[in-house]
Design a protein around this ligand. Structure first.
Ligand code: GLC
Length: 818
């Protein structure tokens, strides 16, 4: 069953059935003012932090349709019938009420048709602003004049901090008030707090400072208001039947010691064919800010909505589309194109911006950046915005401890050089984390090399950057320290220790247990470091890296290799995890894929491990993390035993590793299989089975339930997942074969053999590459020759010198001469 479709031209996903299997969401705004909105206008907004800057309420997990959100009600005053601009919360019968939701790049437009009235509400946050706009238009398409009341509403939080607002009611209910100010409702928290330290942006009342929010309207006159929630909703009612809307009259009640609210009633008449517009504005700030903001949106003479919001919207769309247009592809598979061109790319920016902070599952309490998550997230946007990637990379390098490890959590107000480390009690107190993860800083290697090769910014390697705690070093030496961190922490076989966890949060191998995932990551890191050392002509460094590469290779062979697979690790008490003879979890996905990605397994070995994965771990919705699930073996090392079998880290189809699997298959040249895996997990290819997957068909989720569950194919935890970046990389670098080099770019696709041709438009170092790929021989990988602006050469490499501003490139795939 489907609930919508991709409008690739507009870069939108269009939902034409509002009763989706889950709230299907979108993100608005920036890190200064963020918002999340579903196809039914549910969701919340926050200033800087989902946890400590929350301005409107959202009840997580409250029922199957989480509420409330940004609702607009419409009441026909001729008979009192009422509905909403989004299908929820009034939920009129779908045979009479038609709706459409268009989720775009940082905006969402909801339309409704009911009783010869059409509404359109465009939700967005203007660039560089700390407020959101709901541009509401209503049109009478019938023959009779209509007398209507329109109600816009928000449920404010009583405290900036989500937890305080939700649970500390004996406190938070008594610090908030609302006032009606003509064109807006002003909420003031801590009105009698210290003005001296008050912040006009109204953010954060932890110190007892006053904190203000406003909900106003421009373009129409307010006829009544409710500043208190229960006055608007009424007792023993809900958002589906608020008393104010049912009776047609807000009661002009402000809030004092209860739940602050913003409801504005606007009475209008519409002649046949007539359309009226009003702009609801929600933001953070005091009365002066509110007045200024609202004035900006109305014409001084006519008092109607002026052109400002329209221009802001165009600027927003332009910015996003320009970002995405840095790579556009046209392949035989629309579902792949939709992901590369719009949705996977957009999701990468969202994970980059919000990390794991705010969604319908994450309520924002993780108030900082996870090291590994963030360094991985950067990889997903490098091909579209290397400048943004560079900024974040600098931050993450400055969050590396001088011993080489990464800070498990990088606070949003991170101050390099002054931070305590997991070795000190202050850090544990502030973040709840008193340990290192084994993998954190190792993610820097693939991210940094990808950044340098995409941007050509080789000088980055010599940039001097402070450590989190003390001292500073060049990027090159930061990387050396990262390697040392793992070399200094080894287990009994000479592999890196698993420490508190590796990529797998549930695997606690400790200071003497060993992780093969980290071992392969270390191998990869050494290979990249060696490449840098060679380029810098630092022969001793290259030899040092080489000796460890050789040592690790021998150890892989001796201790970790079993006929056609690698084991997952060794526990402190000598148990081999992921060994063939184990009753549970006897083959794991990540060590196989990472043996190939790292270059440790090549040729037949690489093919063998990937064949093992295909035959033992694949399902129709992606590959399992391992098999069989844990039931008996478990605590304290394998904490995933606590998850139901076939779920998340306990042999579920964890989504992030699927990207590594696709990438590994492209490395060995299995284009058909890489594409098969991609199709299994591509959200877009589940569009017509949306009732099975449940999550938005345009975004990756964290995990999909496996065959051991009751709901094979159902996905969970939308939007904020490292899957966005791993799958993006596997598409761009692996399947499409766009592989920037220091002084040029290789184009070496690995595709399904049935693809006869495809094209790509990529901006590379400011130059436009118009690439056509031909595959008449039906191969999966292999480039016979390449023609750049009419000049033919063997192989798949193009040097920067060959490039003009705009370039016509033909890549001819086929069997290579023996
Ligand atoms: C979650 C975490 C990520 C971790 C993964 C596997 O997605 O955000 O950091 O690597 O789970 O445990």
């Amino acid at each position: 069953m489907n609930y919508g479709y991709f409008d690739e031209f507009s870069k939108e996903y269009v939902i034409n059935r509002p009763d989706t299997p889950a709230p299907w969401c979108n993100y608005l705004g920036s890190v200064d003012y963020g918002a999340i909105i579903s196809n039914n206008a549910t969701g919340y907004s926050f200033v800087k932090s989902g946890a400590s800057g929350r301005i409107i309420r959202f009840r997580f997990n409250s029922s199957s349709n989480d509420q409330p959100g940004r609702y607009i009600y419409i009441r026909d005053n001729s008979d009192g019938d009422f509905w909403s601009g989004s299908w929820q919360p009034v939920c009129k019968p779908l045979d009479k009420y038609k709706s459409e939701c268009r989720h775009g790049t940082a905006y969402t437009q909801l339309s409704s048709k009911y009783r010869n009235l059409e509404t359109k509400t465009l939700y967005f946050v203007p660039l560089n602003e700390s407020h959101e706009i709901w541009q509401f238009k209503i049109k009478n398409t019938g023959n009779a004049q209509k007398s209507l009341s329109v109600y816009g509403m928000v449920e404010f939080t009583n405290h900036d901090h989500y937890e305080n607002d939700t649970v500390n009611l004996q406190y938070s209910q008594f610090i908030s008030k609302t006032y009606f100010k003509g064109d807006h409702i002003l909420q003031v928290i801590n009105e009698n707090g210290s003005e001296a330290s008050s912040d006009v942006d109204g953010h954060c009342d932890v110190m007892g400072d006053p904190s203000c929010r406003f909900f106003g309207v421009a373009g129409q006159t307010v006829s009544a208001f409710d500043g208190e929630r229960d006055a608007f909703i009424g007792n023993y009612r809900n958002y589906g039947n608020p008393i104010a809307v049912e009776t047609g009259k807000c009661s002009n009640t402000p809030a004092y010691n209860c739940n602050s609210f913003g409801a504005l009633q606007i009475d209008i008449t519409l002649k046949p064919g007539e359309e009226k517009e009003m702009l609801f504005v929600l933001g953070s700030g005091n009365e002066a800010v509110a007045k200024n903001v609202l004035e900006k949106y109305r014409d001084k003479v006519s008092n109607k909505v002026n052109a400002t919001a329209g221009k802001q919207f165009e600027a927003l769309k332009k910015l996003w589309h320009a970002r995405l247009n840095n790579l556009q592809v046209n392949t035989p598979d629309d579902n792949l194109d939709n992901m590369v061109n719009v949705w996977n790319a957009y999701q990468c920016f969202i994970t980059f911006l919000w990390s794991r902070a705010a969604s319908f599952q994450y309520c924002g309490l993780r108030n900082g950046l996870g090291y590994r998550d963030t360094v991985q997230d950067i990889q997903g946007i490098i091909h579209l915005d290397d400048r943004l990637a560079r900024e974040r990379l600098l931050l993450m390098l400055s969050a590396q401890v001088s011993n080489g490890g990464g800070l498990p959590l990088v606070k949003f107000d991170h101050k390099a050089g002054e931070v305590s480390t997991p070795d000190e009690s202050e850090y544990a107190k502030a973040t709840g984390q008193s340990y290192y993860r084994a993998d954190d800083a190792l993610w820097l290697f693939p991210t940094i090399i990808t950044y340098i090769k995409e941007s050509g910014d080789w000088s980055f390697i010599d940039e001097v950057i402070p450590y989190a705690d003390k001292g500073e070093a060049t990027v090159y030496n930061h990387l050396r320290q990262a390697i040392r961190f793992n070399l200094d922490r080894q287990g009994n076989h000479g592999f890196p220790a698993g420490l508190f966890a590796d990529w797998n949060d549930c695997l606690r191998l400790g200071p003497k247990g060993e992780s093969m995932f980290v071992a392969f990551q270390l191998y990869y890191a050494l290979a990249i470091f060696k490449e840098f050392a060679v380029k810098k002509s630092l022969n001793e460094d290259a030899a040092w890296a080489d000796s460890h590469l050789n040592r690790l290779s021998a150890q892989f062979e001796q201790f970790a290799w079993q006929q056609d697979q690698y084991v997952r690790g060794f526990t402190e008490d000598g148990y081999t995890m992921g060994a063939k003879e184990n009753a549970e979890a006897n083959i794991w996905l990540n060590p196989q894929t990472w043996s190939v990605i790292s270059g440790a397994a090549e040729g037949d070995k690489a093919k063998a491990v990937l064949n093992s994965v295909y035959s033992k771990l694949n399902t129709k919705y992606g590959a399992r993390l391992f098999y069989p699930p844990f039931k008996k073996y478990g605590m304290p090392v394998a904490r995933m035993v606590l998850f139901n079998e076939g779920t998340k880290e306990n042999a579920g189809i964890f989504s992030q590793p699927q990207g590594w699997l696709i990438l590994a298959e492209t490395i060995v040249g299995n284009g058909n299989r890489a594409y098969e895996y991609f199709t299994e997990i591509n959200p877009a290819s589940m569009n017509d089975n949306a009732e099975i997957r449940k999550l938005e068909p345009y975004v990756h989720g964290q995990a999909t339930e496996s065959i051991d569950t009751l709901n094979h194919g159902r996905s969970h935890v939308h939007w904020l997942t490292g899957t966005a970046s791993t799958v993006m990389v596997s598409l761009v670098n692996g399947i499409l074969g766009l592989q920037p080099q220091y002084e040029g770019i290789s184009i070496n696709p690995c595709i399904p053999s049935k693809w006869e041709a495809f094209s790509m438009n990529k901006i590379f170092r400011g130059k436009m590459l118009n690439i056509k790929v031909e595959n008449v021989e039906g191969v999966e990988k292999g480039v016979k020759y390449i023609v750049v602006n009419g000049k033919k050469s063997d192989g798949c490499y193009i040097s920067c010198e060959e490039l003009s501003e705009v370039n016509d490139i033909l890549v001819v795939m086929g069997k290579q001469k023996p």
